[in-house]
Design a protein around this ligand. Structure first.
Ligand code: HEC
Ligand code: HEC
Length: 199
């Protein structure tokens, strides 16, 4: 049978529409209860309450679920490396990631941390002038695939901002790389203190 090019185009669209819907039907909705069971190995470092056990380990509590999932995908694909997370993510399926993300996302946000008032005020000023909140949310609470910074460990934030600035941590779409490029070490310290001081 000979098909006209317009028929082929219609068949092509239909094929992708079917694939797309098959994908969304086959993927079970995220399940936080299953996620808790799957996250047992994570508790040793990220805590059952989603609070990292030491300053270099990020808090996951109240992180947007898409942000957690995307970071795990990046660790699994080894686009992002650090803290043995590549090995830990290697064994997780997409469904495991969505379930674990649902569990951590639903936990209460980490408490605000006190810090040097001058540094915090400077950080807030830089955050406003650099539009950090346009992506990370008005209170830096994160949204969609963009991480929560509020209440995060300031040590962790400093490390990540320096890694993103130097390019040793490659971000998924380059937007965060551009945002970090112009920051000085002092800016980064101030921004981290400000973010940590939020809840
Ligand atoms: C041995 C300690 C350890 C264990 C166990 C561990 N992590 Fe991590 N995790 C880390 C460290 C350290 C980092 C920061 C890595 C870096 O420096 O980039 C991290 C980063 C992350 C991030 C990125 C967070 C962000 O804000 O970008 C996610 C998500 C994450 N871990 C999820 C998990 C999950 C899910 C598990 C369990 C399957 C797990 N981790 C187990 C230590 C650990
Ligand atoms: C255009 C949107 C955008 C702007 C503006 C932006 N960010 Fe981001 N940021 C992102 C995205 C997207 C990610 C996730 C990057 C990735 O890993 O792929 C991210 C990640 C981060 C991370 C890593 C968080 C973690 O848990 O690992 C930090 C820290 C951060 N941003 C701080 C800032 C600061 C400070 C500013 C202002 C100077 C800023 N961002 C401005 C989009 C943005």
């Amino acid at each position: 049978m000979k098909l006209s090019s317009s028929t082929k185009a219609i068949l092509g669209v239909a094929f992708f529409t079917i694939l797309f819907h098959a994908g969304s039907v086959l993927a079970a909705p995220p399940d936080a209860v299953a996620g808790k069971a799957k996250a047992q190995t994570c508790f040793a470092c990220h805590g059952e309450n989603g609070i990292g056990i030491s300053p270099e380990i990020p808090n996951l509590a109240a992180q947007p679920p898409l942000s957690i999932t995307y970071q795990l995908i990046q660790f699994r694909g080894q686009q992002r490396k650090g803290g043995a997370m590549e090995a830990l993510a290697a064994g997780l399926s997409d469904q495991d990631m969505r379930d674990i993300a649902a569990y951590y996302a639903a936990l209460p946000a980490p408490p605000a941390k006190s810090g040097n008032a001058e540094k915090i005020a400077k950080g807030q000023q830089i955050s406003n002038t650099q539009y950090c909140n346009s992506c990370h949310g008005p209170q830096l609470q994160g949204q969609k695939h963009i991480a929560r910074l509020a209440g995060q460990s300031s040590e962790y934030l400093v490390t990540q901002l320096k890694n993103i600035r130097s390019g040793s941590r490659v971000d998924m779409d380059g937007t965060m790389g551009s945002a970090a490029r112009g920051l000085s070490d002092d800016d980064i310290e101030a921004l981290a203190a400000y973010a940590a001081s939020l809840n």
